[in-house]
Design a binder for this molecule. Structure first.
Ligand SMILES: [Fe+2]
Ligand SMILES: [Fe+2]
Length: 264
């Protein structure tokens, strides 16, 4: 039965004072996945890979994301398409949307680029919708399709994220209405584990590895601090059963205890 790990928002930042933070959290998550006694069908990383989209951040991310399971990565609003292609995927640099598909005997996974260069909200380019339409048209109608991207296309009732969510989503809804085998949508960006619906299908949002969104009804120590930085990194496992039903489990991953300096 296919099991897909869903990781998001690692925000590798090699220049920050606390650079070890994004690196240590990502390493803990990937060590957890690489140490599992089960071969996963895929590990999907839904964007915000490099905090500033620099070649150095992508080089670090590429090393950190080394996976013994099939690994698929799409960009988010913190990513830069040309550097993402060149330094993370090892492909020819190009500024167009980074769209990828992964086809197995059991399912098809479509990774769509919702990034908008220079902006934090999301939108699917016409080129991406055309690409997805052709992929869906060429997929057997009985094969489940999972569509993954960075920006959730619906409000999650958290004002900060809702203001930079995926826009013009009616185009994607119209496309998927013609394809009942689209089983679910997978997203990131919100840095919180969440489950909702879009276009009458489940929409599962992976937690953020680097931080966790502070919900409006949680204590706000400072209105400019949108996230908790002390909660552990987390991820989702999606199980796709024979009836094409998706079951999602959310998991936190313990961080290694800091080593105590000698003499303390
Ligand atoms: Fe993010
Ligand atoms: Fe994001």
């Amino acid at each position: 039965m296919p099991v897909i790990a869903h990781v998001s928002d690692i925000h590798i930042d090699t220049g920050a004072d606390d650079a070890g933070r994004s690196i240590g959290r990502t390493r803990a998550v990937m060590d957890h996945l690489n140490g599992l006694p089960y071969d996963l069908d895929a590990v999907v990383v839904t964007g915000d890979i490099a905090d500033h989209g620099t070649p150095a951040e992508y080089a670090a991310a590429r090393e950190l994301l080394a996976s013994r399971h099939p690994l698929l990565i799409c960009p988010g609003n913190h990513d830069e398409r040309t550097a993402f292609r060149a330094h993370l995927l090892g492909e020819t640099p190009a500024p167009g949307p980074v769209n990828q598909s992964y086809v197995t005997d059991d399912f098809t996974l479509a990774l769509c680029d919702t990034s908008v260069p220079g902006a934090h909200h999301g939108r699917l380019d016409d080129e991406t919708l055309d690409w997805l339409s052709a992929l869906l048209d060429g997929t057997p109608s009985d094969r489940p399709v999972l569509i993954a991207f960075h920006h959730p296309p619906v409000p999650l009732h958290t004002p900060y994220i809702d203001g930079i969510r995926q826009r013009d989503e009616h185009r994607l809804a119209a496309l998927t209405a013609r394809h009942p085998n689209v089983t679910a949508f997978l997203a990131g960006h919100a840095h919180t584990p969440a489950a909702t619906t879009f276009a009458n299908r489940p929409l599962l949002v992976a937690p953020g590895v680097v931080s966790t969104l502070r919900l409006p009804w949680e204590p706000q120590t400072d209105p400019s601090h949108h996230v908790h930085r002390d909660l552990p990194p987390a991820l989702a496992f999606h199980v796709l059963d024979e009836e094409a039903r998706l079951t999602t489990h959310f998991r936190t991953v313990p961080l290694p205890l800091p080593t105590r300096p000698p003499g303390l």
